[in-house]
Design a protein. Structure first.
Length: 182
């Protein structure tokens, strides 16, 4: 079983306002990732700040973990890891990639589960991106992350232990700066 952990606690400094609430193609940006996660058929946990997406997570039927501001991405990864049930794979997905569909998320997770490998990454044209997935045997390493260090460091030197799932390049497009004409 794989749990999707949606990372939605960022401050959106480069964006200038809270991007996850900004309208993208007529819907708040976060709803695209929420829909993809819901469509995957996996249990979902949202790591967010109080008052940001905690109410929305509950409305979608997702579990929610609140992250205080300050430490960076590693805290969100640790909180998401700690919230998982024993034996679950941990699939981390960001909420600013509106082009990544639920069917693609499900295919990635299924491919990872069939691979028998402890790590999984999506990539497009050689570029690595989100989501990523970790077997429960790597939970201790994820819990040791600090600062703004995300799970990428766990992949270093483990290319032979990693399942790679090719996706269209557009699926990896994220939004760190305001967009126009959406």
């Amino acid at each position: 079983m794989t749990r999707i952990i949606l990372l939605a606690a960022g401050a959106s400094r480069r964006f200038g306002s809270q991007k996850l609430l900004a309208s993208f193609q007529g819907k708040p940006l976060y709803t695209w990732a929420f829909q993809a996660a819901a469509d995957s058929g996996c249990p979902v946990t949202v790591v967010t700040r109080q008052g940001l997406l905690d109410q929305q997570a509950k409305e979608w039927g997702f579990s929610c973990v609140l992250a205080p501001e300050g430490e960076g991405q590693a805290l969100s990864v640790r909180l998401g890891t700690a919230s998982a049930c024993k034996g679950e794979n941990l699939c981390f997905f960001v909420c600013d990639q509106p082009h990544f569909p639920g069917c693609g998320l499900r295919q990635f997770i299924e491919g990872f589960e069939k691979s028998g490998l402890p790590l999984g990454r999506v990539r497009a044209e050689g570029k690595m991106g989100s989501p990523t997935v970790f077997s429960p045997s790597l939970a201790e390493e994820l819990m040791a992350l600090t600062g703004d260090e995300g799970g990428r460091s766990v992949f270093k030197g483990r290319e032979g232990e990693t399942y790679y799932h090719e996706v269209p390049f557009q699926w990896l497009q994220d939004y760190d700066r305001p967009w126009q004409n959406t």
